[in-house]
Design a protein around this ligand. Structure first.
Ligand SMILES: Cc1cc2nc3c(=O)[nH]c(=O)nc-3n(C[C@H](O)[C@H](O)[C@H](O)COP(=O)(O)O)c2cc1C
Length: 388
């Protein structure tokens, strides 16, 4: 087998595209409508520049930090993704990679691995829920996460059920059976290495969401759970405050895009927010999170922890986000591509790419610690951020 190591996330993405069945790869890309936000998440980082120093750089760079009480070896953590069929080891492999590299994992309520197994691999696990179902079922999910040992809760709110994509949505089956297998056989047969990875583990993708069910219910199917979520009326900020009060520990609201709502999140008692547009999967036209980060960090950064996710593909992106006010970033597709390519080792590879990139960038701009980073370290072009 050729060397599975990859030097950048872009290389991992190319390999993932070659390895995964088209519908699985398409589900990872996602994006809403015309893909404007999806594209902007990357473009915006590219618009930012650095002014390198020539001599006098510190010999060592310290990039350790913490989010929601969890120490982390660098300002990068795993964003929750509800995604199926990428790799048979699923989120347990991601969790092991996090433990090996000293970063927390956010685990989705739509993930394919049960929370208990993920926490066994890495106790630094934040559980992510949506506002889905009735209050009793939400509390039941929190209680299960608590008894499993989750160290924080992430409530994701930025999903508007916009299902159209100009390039066509992937065909995602409801469950795995003979008919589904036959329908997907052509694309699967074109990806024998992916299939072999599953067969070696003696399984096929189950397409269930084990963290969404409550009580002794059987594991719900992905789209059954999605339906529950879709038909749940959106929460008010009072509802958010109520849910926050049900969780005795650090609590993040993910998906904040406006300074006034960041303030509402503070008032609701959260520990942290993630400035996010759900990786370009919320309403199309939402600007990249990095464009609105400075305004939000200025509004609430002294009171709660501000995290960013969306479009982070290299260590330099992480440094840009920290310089503009984020305590840390969360990565989504980047680790999914690593997982697709090489399981746990692929996720470790992605985390190493991030770490090396952060280190090289900090060296290049002459910074020895994250605390030294500030807006002056980044060249921000005029008109970069939308008017507030
Ligand atoms: C395939 C896929 C599934 C996702 N599922 C979830 C989810 O279940 N819960 C959640 O909070 N965010 C989910 N997200 C959003 C990610 O947590 C994160 O916000 C996004 O991926 C960041 O952008 P990036 O992929 O450019 O890093 C998902 C994203 C992708 C790409």
């Amino acid at each position: 087998m050729s060397n599975p190591w990859f030097e950048t996330v872009a290389v991992a993405q190319r390999r993932a595209k070659k390895r995964l069945p088209a519908s699985v790869y398409g589900a990872l890309i996602g994006g809403a409508e015309a893909g404007i936000s999806l594209g902007d998440n990357l473009t915006a980082f590219d618009e930012l520049g650095f002014r390198p120093v020539t001599a006098g750089q510190p010999a060592e760079r310290d990039m350790a930090t913490s989010v929601m009480g969890q120490p982390m070896s660098m300002p990068v953590m795993i964003s929750p993704t509800g995604v199926q069929a990428v790799h048979p080891d699923g989120e347990v492999a991601v969790s092991r990679a996090c433990a090996a590299r000293g970063v927390p994992i956010g685990l989705s309520s739509f993930a394919s691995s049960p929370i208990e197994a993920v926490i066994e691999a890495n106790p630094q696990t934040f559980f992510q829920i949506y506002w889905a179902g009735d209050r009793d079922s939400m509390v039941a999910r929190l209680e299960r996460a608590k008894s499993a040992g989750a160290v924080g809760m992430i409530l994701t709110l930025d999903w508007s059920f916009s299902h159209g994509r100009d390039w066509g949505s992937p065909d995602i089956p409801q469950s795995m059976g003979i008919r589904t297998a036959l329908r997907h056989a052509p694309e699967v047969m074109a990806r024998p290495r992916w299939l072999a990875t599953w067969l070696r583990r003696g399984k096929l993708p189950a397409l269930g969401v084990p963290n969404f069910g409550v009580g002794d219910d059987a594991v719900p199917g992905f789209f059954d759970a999605y339906g529950v979520w879709m038909f749940t009326p959106p929460p008010s900020w009072e509802d958010v405050a109520w849910l926050r009060a049900q969780w005795d520990g650090p609590f993040m609201v993910k998906g904040v895009h406006r300074a006034d709502e960041a303030r509402r999140a503070v008032d609701a008692g959260v520990t942290a927010i993630s400035v996010s547009n759900h990786g370009g999967n919320n309403i199309d036209g939402a600007p990249a999170p990095i464009r609105v980060l400075p305004e939000i960090a200025a509004a609430v950064g002294d009171e709660i922890e501000v995290v960013l996710d969306g479009g982070v593909r290299r260590g330099g992106d992480v440094v840009k986000a920290v310089a503009l006010g984020a305590k840390a970033v969360m990565i989504g597709r980047a680790y999914l591509w690593g997982l697709a390519v090489n399981g746990q080792a692929g996720v470790e590879n992605v985390l190493d790419v991030m770490r090396n990139g952060i280190d090289a960038t900090m060296r290049g701009i002459g910074k020895g610690s994250l605390a030294e980073l500030g807006p002056d370290d980044v060249i921000v072009p005029p008109g970069f951020s939308p008017p507030s």
